[in-house]
Design a protein around this ligand. Structure first.
Ligand SMILES: NC(=O)C1=CN([C@@H]2O[C@H](COP(=O)(O)OP(=O)(O)OC[C@H]3O[C@@H](n4cnc5c(N)ncnc54)[C@H](OP(=O)(O)O)[C@@H]3O)[C@@H](O)[C@H]2O)C=CC1
Ligand SMILES: O=C(O)CCC(=O)C(=O)O
Ligand SMILES: [Mg+2]
Length: 424
């Protein structure tokens, strides 16, 4: 039984004891390699920052292969109950087979605990090799809706009685005539709700205001998927207008001024709003957005989008600042206080057990967790040490292959270097 105390929440504020119990899931594939390094780095930073007065009491909980081997279940109820009870957890990646087998345990955790925001900050760490000319221009925070959309996994396989029933219903009762090959189609459903959209966009605007960000961009494919992605855009603007009033200036307001007074007046109004520190709420269609984040990254700041778009955007943006080896994330319910911190990447099975991959994504997810607990001194120790370590070209294989004169180290050695450089 772990010693320590529970983190609790009162009126949306976390109460963090000096020895909080934090559940962790080691993860599949490279999970054990990166988690071992991350755990040591986080412990060293907390110890150094608070001279032993604070410490994390880790509590292992099981999911994925390790859970299956021990209990015969991929995601035991006990794991969900424990995370629910202790509020904050951190996890390694979990495998999801393609085209059959179990559904994503990562998605199940997010849905079961209603962790409606997948928050993925994307910013450049000095010295990291990147495929773009000015990686430092990319500084965005993704707010990805985390519980709905086609990502929810509501689908039926080709040739089953279930899919036939759904197709018959669509054709006979809903007047659908454009399923191109009904006999050989699988069908997926894409639920996107007003409630789910509004809580996500609300959280993104609140974050932008709190963190002094400049804009929130609603990313959607609403021209094609009018009542899901298109509605996401409309509901997003509604939240902005109805709940944030004079704290925001939206592109809908801009368009209205263009209509009534012309473009010059609209530009002036937007400039004035920016000067007053208002958040600009705008939108972009997903395909062109993927081009513009590469060509004009400075124009984007906080990004609010649906589940699948957010998944694609996360990996694309991670590439711009050096790749998935350094891409942290958090799954958060801002209303209940529940949060699970995890890297953006997956289990990278070909590297499992080789002590080779970059642990930075899960370590920086730990930094996000420490910031969330307001243990900023410990978070800063890790972030600064990461700057120094990468700055001295001590890196894992993924960065070493793109750098000249790098010293390539193993996962565990990178962890050692981070701990050593906390003293520098
Ligand atoms: N939240 C989660 O738990 C997630 C789980 N997954 C699951 O992971 C499994 C594998 O997915 P896959 O599509 O291969 O994606 P992965 O993210 O696991 O790996 C893809 C590639 O990304 C690079 N990479 C990933 N992690 C690291 C790291 N820590 N350091 C350096 N490079 C890294 C490697 O590239 P290279 O070979 O070029 O060096 C790797 O081959 C699937 O079952 C998927 O469902 C996927 C995403 C998230
Ligand atoms: O759950 C999975 O296996 C994949 C999830 C994923 O890619 C993500 O959340 O970014
Ligand atoms: Mg992904």
């Amino acid at each position: 039984m772990a010693q320590g105390e529970k983190i609790t929440v009162t009126n949306g504020e976390l109460n963090v004891p000096n020895k909080p119990i934090i559940p962790f899931i080691e993860g599949d594939g490279i999970g054990p390699d990166i988690w071992a390094a991350a755990r040591r780095v986080i412990e060293a930073a907390v110890d150094k920052a608070y001279n032993g007065e604070r410490a994390i009491e880790w509590k292992e909980v099981y999911a994925g292969q390790k859970a299956y081997d021990r209990t015969g279940e991929w995601l035991p109820k006990e794991t969900l109950d424990t995370v629910r009870e202790y509020l904050i957890a951190i996890k390694g990646p979990l495998t999801t087979p393609v085209g059959g087998g179990i559904r994503s345990l990562n998605v199940a955790l997010r849905q079961e605990l209603d962790l409606f925001t997948c928050l993925r900050p994307v910013r450049y760490v000095d010295g990291v090799p990147s495929p773009v000319k000015r990686p430092e221009d990319t500084d965005m925070v993704i707010f990805r809706e985390n519980t709905e959309d086609i990502y929810a996994g509501i689908e039926w396989q080709k040739g089953t009685p279930e899919v036939k029933k759904v197709i018959d219903f669509l054709q006979n009762e809903m007047g659908v005539h454009n399923i191109r090959f009904p006999e050989t189609s699988g069908i997926g459903i894409k639920p996107v709700s007003e409630e789910g959209t509004k809580r996500l966009v609300r959280a993104s605007i609140e974050y932008a205001l709190r963190e002094g960000r400049k804009s929130v961009t609603l990313v959607h494919k609403g021209n094609i998927m009018k009542f899901t992605e298109g509605s996401f855009k409309s509901w997003g603007y509604e939240v902005a207008h109805e709940e944030f009033g004079d704290k925001v200036f939206t592109w809908q307001q801009y368009d209205q001024i263009v209509e009534e007074q012309g473009k010059e007046a609209a530009n002036k109004a937007q400039d004035a709003a920016e000067a007053e520190g208002k958040i600009i709420v705008k939108d972009a269609i997903a395909d062109i957005f993927l081009q513009q984040i590469l060509t004009r990254p400075k124009e984007f700041d906080v990004v609010a989008t649906m589940n699948l778009n957010g998944d694609y955007i996360s990996d694309a943006l991670a590439a711009q600042v050096g790749g998935i080896g350094i891409a942290p994330g958090a799954n958060i319910n801002f209303e209940t206080g529940h949060a699970i911190f995890e890297a953006t990447h997956g289990t990278a099975p070909k590297y499992a057990g080789l002590d080779k991959v970059n642990p930075s994504s899960v370590i920086l997810s730990g930094v996000l967790m420490l910031e969330h607990l307001e243990w900023r001194e410990a978070a800063d120790l890790i972030a600064n040490s990461m700057d120094r370590t990468i700055g001295s070209k001590t890196v894992t294989y993924d960065f070493a292959r793109m750098m000249e004169d790098a010293t390539e180290v193993k996962t565990s050695e990178f962890g050692d270097a981070l701990i050593q450089n906390m003293d520098a």
